[in-house]
Design a protein around this ligand. Sequence first.
Ligand SMILES: Nc1ncnc2c1ncn2[C@@H]1O[C@H](COP(=O)(O)OP(=O)(O)OP(=O)(O)O)[C@@H](O)[C@H]1O
Ligand SMILES: O=P(O)(O)OC[C@H]1O[C@H](OP(=O)(O)O)[C@H](O)[C@@H]1O
Length: 197
Amino acid sequence: MAGRLIYLIGPSGSGKDSLLDAARARLAERGCRIVRRVITRSAEAVGEAAQGVSPQQFAAMQAEGAFALSWQANGLCYGIPRQIDDWLAAGNDVLVNGSRAHLVQARERYPTALVLLLTVDQAVLRQRLIVRGREALVDIEARLARNAQFTAELIAGNGAGLRVLDNSGPLEQTVERLLCCLDHGHSAHAMGIDTNL
Ligand SMILES: Nc1ncnc2c1ncn2[C@@H]1O[C@H](COP(=O)(O)OP(=O)(O)OP(=O)(O)O)[C@@H](O)[C@H]1O
Ligand SMILES: O=P(O)(O)OC[C@H]1O[C@H](OP(=O)(O)O)[C@H](O)[C@@H]1O
């Protein structure tokens, strides 16, 4: 049986990468793979969770059909390697750190995708971005401003069927919520279930 695409989205700084790191071993136990993204960010800034490439390399990879999904956001290009289709065909679930702006396209290509929206209190979010210190303050403000656009779009209906996971509290709690979602197809402790945000 084919695996399921799990498309994790949420504001910049809501904790997508942290959650995937913290849940990595337990996801692997369940046969769920986490895809390593290709990003046009410097190798030092992407960490192990992504492959950093130049814009030219990214364009060449895209032209070769290397990506199952790709998008642009925050001045960067993001690609999800086509390898995920082999994993899905082999029966593995595949977790993607996705983009809210690319949700419609992701659902078109993977109609059975489970979409998880990670949320965090706005005041906590700003603080976490500042403490993380990956972007300059001006870029942090741009990322926070970008969120307002998505809140409006999700309220307008694009978010129907999303499962919401709140990450305002300890990460361990969010890991449990994620695993509950995956094991039972629903999030008993999530902030909302099948929300129409
Ligand atoms: N539950 C949590 N409690 C405290 N700090 C957290 C929690 N989750 C994440 N953080 C911290 O918040 C910051 C942002 O997290 P992270 O980089 O994982 O977010 P992200 O959603 O992947 O962001 P982006 O989309 O910009 O890559 C990090 O410094 C991380 O350590
Ligand atoms: O704002 P939206 O479209 O949801 O997401 C845009 C992209 O920005 C973030 O990446 P990062 O902060 O550059 O690592 C997300 O992970 C996503 O890929």
